[in-house]
Write a protein that binds this ligand. Structure first.
Ligand code: HXC
Length: 515
């Protein structure tokens, strides 16, 4: 055997040993929990044969508590680059079979290295989290490692898309890396995210709670809004990641890929979806599907703050971010959560040069003590800030109601919408006819012989005067009143004419959004 052959054989032996993770029994335990081993996850997500792994032979630096000399394969994390549907990406996957995927200093250094690559190469970063958190035996060194990761998450924010996939526990401070990234994917029964676990809660507060109810996939998809995509299995989660990557660009200076345009499906008849009666609900997603190529719509945060719908679709082959009030939930009213949801999505689209189409039909901000005390002023302001700040092409279609502060907030001309179109049913006013008539004609109504008849008459008077799109059209606040069936054509044209949009803003270090 030649020297080279011996060296190659040694390399193969080392490789084989290194990829065994935490060994057979730990891998069997992982699989029994319905979880795939780290490399298997990468193989399922990436194009076959496209993955190149780095730092396979890294050695951990834990010395205390009997850790010296312990074999922790790859220090519990797999890093590398590869492709997904031909698109280059950088990825890390924590390996729970090795010391519970806990984050020691070398583990953190590997993650930092792949983050640095992703940022330098301007390619999306995908992080698969499956870890017991800071490696307890490494003390402050593991905490330092988290700090390095959080710093890089922030540095890369708005430059490359960052996707966090929670496929196991993600406990303690570890949750803050996903929270700093753009999209968080969770899988039912597998994902667990919390700052303090059940044991700490029991000892500090004396309360018993299981991990699932504390921070399971449903909790983060329906209640906290921390998760953006919910899946029933790891395989479904990987499909969602692949779909998302098809819509978005690889970096802030690259354009999202355009594909061959297709027409919406004929079954979505746009003129039949929105009821004439402004109090009747409908599913705004049907309007989106009546507009997009092949009626495809990839919704983000579908299970949280349902009164606003956000997500990606294509018009004439190009990616568009949709923000739409949802009359099916709370009449599409704006509140704290829906403002947060939309503001964050708008900022993502703006950072990555994705034009925003806003579909408006809402009665304004939700009144009430709960909302006021929850900070609807601060949260609602995020929406105003995000729309005002965005310089990508911004187009609004007012479908029906556009009342009060909501009219301004939903990408009005006044926040620098490039195009505002309104359907003939649109009602643009300070508030709805009933409320308005009761306030401004209170005296006449009270003093009338038949107050109810007078109220009705005044409501009709108000409707005639203000509950239409023509007052706003007369001022140029909307550009065109359009037939609903013309919507896609108007949007196609508006998007194409905005292709070279340039906006200059005052120079500043950065703004101070109402976080
Ligand atoms: C070192 C750890 C570890 C950790 C797990 N392990 N977490 N080792 N540091 N943080 C090890 C276990 O000792 C065990 O080793 C193996 O991983 C598998 O763990 P199990 O407990 O057997 O698994 P399971 O029953 O599935 O429970 C998973 C778990 C639990 C819920 C995640 O391990 C757990 O509660 N771990 C601690 C979570 C935590 O509090 N982490 C610190 C958070 S504070 P053996 O050798 O027996 O197989 C934090 C601060 C970061 O992260 C701050 C940044 C700003």
């Amino acid at each position: 055997m030649s020297l080279l052959s011996r060296k190659i054989s040694e390399l193969q032996d080392r490789r084989e040993k290194a990829v065994q993770g935490g060994g057979e029994s730990a891998i069997a335990k992982q699989i029994a929990m319905g979880k795939l081993p780290a490399r298997e996850r990468i193989n399922q997500l990436l194009d076959p044969g496209s993955f190149f792994e780095y730092d396979l032979f890294i050695e951990h630096e834990a010395r205390e508590f009997g850790m010296e000399g312990k074999n922790l394969a790859g220090d519990g994390v797999v890093i590398g680059t590869g492709t997904i549907n031909g698109k280059s990406i950088a990825i890390y996957a924590q390996d729970f079979t090795v010391a519970g995927g806990s984050l020691g200093s070398m583990h953190a250094r590997k993650i930092a290295k792949i983050m640095d690559y992703a940022l330098r190469m301007r390619i999306p970063l995908i992080g698969i989290n499956d870890s017991g958190g800071a490696r307890i035996q490494e003390g402050v060194n593991s905490l330092a490692g988290y700090g390095e990761i959080f710093f890089r998450n922030t540095l890369a924010s708005g430059v490359i898309p960052q996707l966090s996939v929670i496929l196991g526990p993600c406990a303690g401070g570890a949750v803050y890396s996903p929270a700093l990234t753009d999209f968080v994917f969770v899988v039912d029964k597998i994902s667990k995210m919390f700052i303090t676990g059940p044991e700490v809660i029991k000892s500090v507060l004396g309360e018993e709670i299981d991990m699932e109810s504390l921070g399971g996939a449903r909790v983060h998809s329906e209640i906290t809004g921390n998760a953006h995509f919910f899946a029933n299995s790891e395989a479904e989660c990987f499909t969602q990641i692949k779909t998302l990557l098809e819509y978005i660009p690889s970096c802030n200076e690259c354009k999202a890929e355009s594909i061959k345009p297709t027409e919406p499906l004929k079954k979505f008849k746009i003129e039949k979806i929105v009821p004439v009666d402004p109090t009747k609900p409908y599913d705004v997603r049907d309007v989106i599907k009546a507009i997009t190529d092949s009626s495809q719509f990839f919704e983000v945060q579908e299970m949280w703050a349902g009164n606003i719908v956000v997500g990606f679709g294509r018009i004439d082959g190009r990616t568009v971010g949709f923000v739409a009030n949802q009359p099916l939930v709370l009449a599409g009213v704006l509140d704290c959560d829906s403002s947060d949801k939309a503001a964050r999505f708008i900022r993502f689209c703006d950072a990555f040069e994705i034009p925003i189409v806003t579909l408006e039909d809402m009665p304004g901000y939700l009144p009430g003590v709960d909302q006021e005390h929850a900070g609807v002023i601060r949260h609602g302001a995020k929406l105003l800030y995000a729309y005002s700040e965005a310089t990508v092409p911004k187009i609004t279609v007012i479908l029906r109601k556009a009342y009060g502060g909501g009219y301004i907030a939903m990408n009005s001309r006044h926040l620098r919408a490039d195009f505002v179109f309104a359907w003939p049913l649109a009602e643009i006013a300070v508030m709805g006819p009933e409320g308005a008539a009761n306030i401004i004609f209170r005296k006449e109504i009270m003093e009338a012989e038949d107050p109810e008849a007078m109220r009705k008459q005044k409501v009709e008077e108000y409707k005639k005067k203000f509950a239409n799109p023509y007052v706003a059209a007369a001022k140029g606040y909307i550009d065109s009143v359009i037939d609903p069936t013309e919507t896609r054509n108007y949007l196609k044209h508006a998007l194409s004419v905005s292709d070279n949009k340039v906006v200059k803003r005052p120079s500043k270090k950065h703004g101070i959004p109402p976080f």
